[in-house]
Design a protein around this ligand. Structure first.
Ligand code: ADP
Length: 495
């Protein structure tokens, strides 16, 4: 068990706040203890960030020079992938193989934004004023806040920190209470890669205390948040008061749709992965399954067989598919949803229980669960469970399918399984979702924008616009001659 310091303005030191712990969800053992950041620590982090991003040594550093730091971070991640995967696993219980995938994707994210920051090009608009040229370029915002959840720390944190740094900002990262370790590892990597002090601070602590104070701080010029819709809505209010940009990656209740001509094996495997990987603790989990009635029986038979074959087990066991949930409190909310689904008339076809295996008794494990017999308006179909629970529903015609798929406050993702690509594209146009997967699910490319429709979010991460989201545009007018301004001189027509 370790005692961790926190990282403020380039210094590792004891946080000034209350005690915190990181526990391994597999057995509840302590990974580390630390003290949360205090409000005074926050002030110091922000002051250091202010100095650092304005420092000419950083401000004048060219994008390709900043990129070198990100490439070094990526090199370090790749060299230490095993240790980092273990830290990620210990922090939130993800199976090691899955954690490793996320770690490697974080290296890819750093490399992508290293490359992308050179591709941000200003504009040279066509002249509209004789003797005056205009051009428009991108600048950093200043000190920015990244607030992250516990389900995929390394991925969600790198997805914010890499573009924010590539864009020239100073970032204050506030990781989730349950998972402070990965963010501190990231700080170590950036420090070792040569990021000047103050450009990244990591402030573990309670969302309602340190997260709130960070978001509200007058010097913070952007809030980028990934987490629950309620907190996101609150932070949007904070941003509105301050008139600063906010980017929100929120919840989901994503539909996956199996059309009558789908490849059953491909669909069943994709659906199983889409809901049960990460034990369903993913905003993009495909939690509502709509199957054309002609395929309902064979598809469900295959899906149940695959699901019963999934190994619920210790995250370090290479045969494990489903690790523990983040903690017992969260598991209880999943159990409550399964009970609610039963009350609403749902039939639990598999799972629905805590595993009986005594070897798993100390962890927050839950069996992968498939429920049928519910309508889309049941609460178990409308509310995000964030656990390994899938609700399956048959459909008969496309119009009612689309209506049900879109009947959700959320609009994060959707999946379509069919051999008819043209039909899939037509359907994808009608689905209210920020991401549509066709004949695959839950695969990601950092060059492709990601974000939600409706209450699933605001703004996009990833891709070039995921970088521009950390910048602001400045336009310059340059007189090329000696003409003087004339008072209200608009005689030569509109400009
Ligand atoms: P969950 O833990 O279910 O993802 P949240 O969406 O509330 O729940 O948490 C995501 C992140 O937001 C965490 O880092 C959490 O500490 C932080 N957070 C929670 N409440 C606030 C708040 N009022 N202000 C700022 N950050 C918050």
């Amino acid at each position: 068990m370790n005692r961790e310091n926190i990282f403020i303005g380039g210094e590792w030191r004891e946080g000034g706040g209350t005690g915190m712990q990181s526990r391994f969800p597999a057995d509840g053992t302590l990974n580390a203890t630390l003290s949360a950041a205090s409000l005074d620590d926050l002030e110091q982090a922000i002051a250091a960030g202010e100095r650092a991003w304005r420092d000419p040594a950083w401000r004048d550093m060219l994008p390709h020079q900043r990129a070198r730091i990100l490439h070094r971070v990526a090199d370090l991640i790749e060299a230490r992938a095993d240790a980092l995967s273990e830290t990620q696993s210990r922090d939130n219980g993800k199976p090691l193989a899955e954690a490793r995938g996320l770690v490697m994707s974080a290296a890819g994210t750093a490399r992508y934004f290293a490359a992308a920051c050179e591709l941000i090009e200003g504009e040279l608009p066509t002249p509209r004023i004789a003797g005056v040229m205009t051009f428009s370029g991108y600048e950093p915002l200043g000190v920015v806040a990244a607030i992250t959840p516990w389900n995929s720390p390394i991925a969600s944190e790198m997805q914010k920190v890499a573009p924010a740094i590539a864009a020239g900002n100073a970032v204050i990262l506030k990781p989730a209470e349950a998972t402070p370790l990965m963010a501190l590892e990231l700080a170590r990597l950036f420090e070792e890669a040569g990021l000047p002090a103050g450009l990244l601070s990591v402030l573990p602590g309670k969302g309602s205390v340190i997260g709130d104070a960070l978001a509200r701080h007058p010097k913070v010029r952007k809030i980028s948040f990934t987490g629950g819709t309620a907190t996101g809505r609150y932070l949007a209010h904070v941003a509105a008061e301050k008139l600063i940009p906010v980017s929100l990656e929120l919840g989901g209740k994503s539909p996956t749709i199996v059309l009558e001509d789908a490849d059953i094996e491909q669909a069943a495997r994709g659906i199983c992965y889409g809901i049960f990987s990460s034990a369903g603790q993913a905003c993009i989990a495909g939690a509502r399954l709509f199957i054309h009635q002609s395929l309902y029986e064979p598809l469900m038979a295959r899906l149940l067989a695959l699901t019963r074959g999934l190994q619920v087990g210790h995250p370090f066991d290479p045969t494990t598919h489903i690790g523990p949930l983040i903690n017992d409190r969260h598991r209880q909310s999943v159990i409550d949803y399964v009970a609610l689904a039963r009350e609403e008339g749902g039939r639990v076809l598999c799972g629905g229980e805590i595993p009986a295996d005594p070897a798993l008794a100390d962890g927050s494990y839950f069996q992968p669960t498939i429920i049928e017999g519910l309508n889309n308006d049941a609460r178990a179909c409308q509310e995000e469970i964030f656990g390994p629970v899938l609700v399956a529903m048959p459909f008969s015609d496309e119009a009612s399918l689309i209506a049900q798929a879109n009947d959700s406050v959320y609009g994060l993702a959707a999946g379509i399984w069919t051999r008819d690509t043209a039909r899939a594209l037509r359907l994808s146009e009608r689905l209210e979702a920020g991401t549509v997967w066709i004949n695959t699910y839950k695969v990601f490319s950092v060059s492709t924008p990601f974000g939600g429709f409706k209450e699933s979010g605001l703004g996009r991460e990833k891709g070039i616009q995921g970088l521009k989201a950390w910048m602001q545009q400045k336009s310059v007018y340059l007189a090329t001659g000696n003409a003087v301004n004339h008072w209200s001189d608009n005689k030569k027509g509109e400009q």
